[in-house]
Design a protein around this ligand. Structure first.
Ligand SMILES: Cc1cc2nc3c(=O)[nH]c(=O)nc-3n(C[C@H](O)[C@H](O)[C@H](O)COP(=O)(O)O)c2cc1C
Length: 171
């Protein structure tokens, strides 16, 4: 039986951050009443300006970027490792753009909210995040230009968003 999400202090976070981020999560945003989720697997967790933060990187071309730039908050939903449905969900969220389909409706998942910020009920761990910093990751700032050339042949740059983790929700 699944239990309801409880809000918890981050001191109870006991995951491996490399596995959590690298295993993929749903980055959920909302603007003008429309909720959208995309799969992300790059980013990190850390401390900045005395705050617990997460950083995510979102390419220029993503619908998520368009929404993120219009909103203060977003959520990161992590799923159970052995949950096959969530693997399918992350595949779908990572292959289709919210510009072309209402991914929430099509996938028939349930959106919950914490202080109005949407997150995915099917997950097991959620970070509610408030943007603090955003910057495009342009070619001139890469010390190893080979990385830029390998990952951005079309100039579809990532943008880094550093956000305070305002709340952790866990089952
Ligand atoms: C496993 C996986 C990880 C991904 N990680 C990222 C990421 O960290 N940043 C990013 O911009 N796109 C990432 N993507 C691609 C986006 O999820 C994909 O382009 C998605 O369709 C964008 O949706 P949107 O247009 O609704 O924002 C990833 C895709 C997959 C399958």
């Amino acid at each position: 039986m699944q239990h309801c999400f409880q809000d918890m202090s981050l001191e109870y976070f006991d995951g491996n951050p490399f596995e959590k981020i690298g295993g993929g999560f749903a980055l959920t945003t909302e603007c003008d009443g429309k909720v959208n989720s995309m799969t992300a697997a790059w980013g990190g967790l850390g401390v900045m300006w005395g705050k617990n933060v997460a950083y995510v990187v979102v390419r220029d071309s993503r619908y998520t970027k368009e929404i993120l730039d219009k909103t203060d908050k977003f959520s990161m939903t992590f799923f159970a490792d052995d949950d096959k449905n969530s693997k399918m969900l992350l595949k779908y969220f990572g292959a289709v753009s919210g510009r072309d389909e209402d991914k929430i409706k099509v996938s028939r998942i349930t959106i919950d909210r914490y202080n109005d910020v949407p997150y995915i009920d099917e997950g097991v761990l959620v970070f509610i995040c408030k943007k603090l910093f955003c910057s495009p990751m342009t070619k001139d700032n890469y010390l190893d230009k080979a990385i830029y050339d390998e990952y951005y042949p079309t100039g579809d740059n990532h943008n880094i968003y550093i956000a305070e983790i305002e709340m952790m929700l866990a089952r």
